[in-house]
Design a protein around this ligand. Structure first.
Ligand code: GAL
Length: 376
């Protein structure tokens, strides 16, 4: 095992990755002097980390985890959050570039808006890694690290197919589909993964969409997109659908692409009188946010697709170190992610389904959550 791996293992063993409370939105900058790389100066230098927002739970974990890993590898870090505001993220990136970082790690808010500012990074030979979300329409992105986004949607679609017995001809069931933020490149992959499983059942009549909000193809996903992945927007959209189309019928299943939307949807269903437990509609999710895992244990959400952000942090820290040390950068997908200018070499990690009865074996035993946090 290499020194770097030993360091990583030491960091992971030491890092308590407690779920961070949803901090008030703020853009902050954390510059911590180098801990003094013990790799004879091979590692070291400044790494810029740009995260989209603190108001969506997972990015707090992503940012702090990656920062801790890099600092223990001997790097300086500048970690910035941008309140889901594109202009703010562009300004933060420009400020980072002015400080001559070795590498920029960017989780974009709008992947189509960063070309010009990243061109100035490229002009200074700063390597850019797109983190979790692809950066589109530019030459100025070098690598991409994420979870298999299409697989996320497939896991949600297949979960619904299995739970309802659709492959055995069961139905009809009332479905309400939702999609993610229209400016998020991942959202189209999540939706296509799920809709490739579910659309045939909609076309065959086993799944009925009383609101009529069923895209006829994957390309029309933005018609049901929820801007900014905001829970409140998903809640009011679900309330509108319940009030307009469900006076005399019941919702059986909701396709929610992630947990922040699922939370809003569940609040609308709860307020409309759907009792937690077997009577509650099937609701999908993603990210294993704390409130949603609690809802799963309370019978108000059926599953979440867990993406262990610690493993993404590990992979990106490894890629940063390989870049700085002039080594070949590890990727495992050089075909899927075409950003309309080039195919960006990517490293994809596997997502996994968590259900109420696998919360302990997956989220607690791996240390992602303490049992006490979940009331277990
Ligand atoms: C996606 C990300 C998901 C989810 C969503 C909202 O890009 O892959 O994990 O968190 O953003 O933040």
């Amino acid at each position: 095992m290499s020194l770097r791996d030993k360091k990583l293992m030491a960091v992971l063993a030491g890092t308590a990755l407690a779920a961070t409370a949803l901090a008030a939105c703020s853009s902050e900058r954390t510059e911590t002097p180098a801990a003094g790389g013990e790799t004879g100066g091979e590692a070291g230098g400044l790494i810029g980390i740009a995260m989209p927002t603190r108001s969506l739970e997972r990015w707090n974990n992503d940012g702090e985890n990656l920062e801790a890993l890099l600092q223990d590898m001997g790097y300086e870090t500048s970690l910035q959050y941008a309140d889901n505001k594109v202009d703010q993220q562009i300004t933060q990136l420009q400020n980072m570039i002015n400080q001559d970082p070795e590498v920029l790690v960017v989780a974009s808010i709008d992947g189509t808006a960063l070309g010009p500012v990243l061109d100035s990074a490229r002009a200074k030979d700063i390597t850019v890694i797109a983190y979790d979300r692809l950066i589109n329409g530019t030459e100025s992105v070098d690598y991409y690290a994420t979870f298999d986004n299409y697989q996320v949607g497939q896991l949600q679609g297949k979960f619904i197919e299995e739970e309802l017995g659709l492959a055995d001809g069961a139905g009809p069931f009332n479905l309400e589909p939702f999609a993610g933020s229209p400016d998020d490149n991942n959202a189209k992959f999540f939706f296509s993964g799920a809709w490739d499983v579910l659309l045939p059942y909609v076309e065959g009549g086993q799944l009925v969409v009383p609101s009529g909000k069923a895209p006829a193809s994957n390309d029309e996903w933005t018609n049901i997109g929820i801007q900014g992945w905001e829970s409140a927007k998903a809640q009011s959209e679900m309330e509108n659908r319940l009030n307009s189309f469900y006076a005399d019928k019941k919702v059986d299943v909701v396709l929610s692409p992630n947990d922040s939307l699922a939370l809003g949807i569940e609040q609308a269903l709860d307020a409309a009188g759907y009792a937690p437990g077997d009577e509650f509609p099937i609701v999908t999710g993603q990210d294993a946010d704390l409130a949603n895992v609690k809802n799963m244990l309370a019978g108000m959400q059926s599953m979440t697709v867990w993406k262990d952000t610690r493993t993404l942090g590990e992979q990106v820290a490894t890629m940063v170190d390989q870049i700085v040390q002039g080594e070949e950068v590890e990727v495992n997908d050089t075909e899927t992610y075409d950003n309309e200018v080039k195919v960006v070499p990517a490293y994809l990690l596997p997502p996994q389904v968590v259900t109420p009865d696998t919360v302990e074996s997956s989220l607690v035993e791996s240390g992602f959550y303490d049992a006490a946090e979940l009331g277990l």
